[in-house]
Ligand binder design. Structure first.
Ligand SMILES: [Zn+2]
Length: 112
């Protein structure tokens, strides 16, 4: 399975080829069994825990990188898709904020 890109920094979740895990595999199976859902670039296991009523958290055992994801994400494929959409959404927000700051600067300049 292709690694799942988790964020805009290129953080990845890797899965061993011989694990039999595919995009339609259930993330919750690995969560309930207490097994790692995969591993991080640093080589250590990614574990998943319940974070709140609505979200789970994925944590790397070694470097403690953590990412909060909705607990409605059931499969590896859904995680892959959610991360892609989230990265795009964050890019749009950053562009919108930049545009807004630019406009505010222009307004300030007009006043003085
Ligand atoms: Zn790590």
């Amino acid at each position: 399975m292709e690694p799942i890109v988790l964020d805009k920094f290129g953080t990845k979740l890797f899965v061993n080829d011989d694990s039999g895990i595919a995009d339609n595999s259930l993330l919750h199976f690995y969560q309930i069994s207490g097994e790692a859902i995969g591993f991080h670039t640093c080589g250590a296991d990614f574990l998943m825990y319940a974070h709140s009523e609505t979200h789970n958290v994925m944590v790397c055992e070694n470097c403690h990188f953590g990412m909060i994801i909705p607990n409605s994400i059931d499969t590896y494929g859904q995680l892959r898709q959610w991360c892609l959409e989230e990265i795009e959404r964050q890019k749009k927000i950053e562009v919108a904020i930049s545009a807004l700051c630019f406009r505010l600067d222009e307004e300030k300049r007009k006043k003085f």
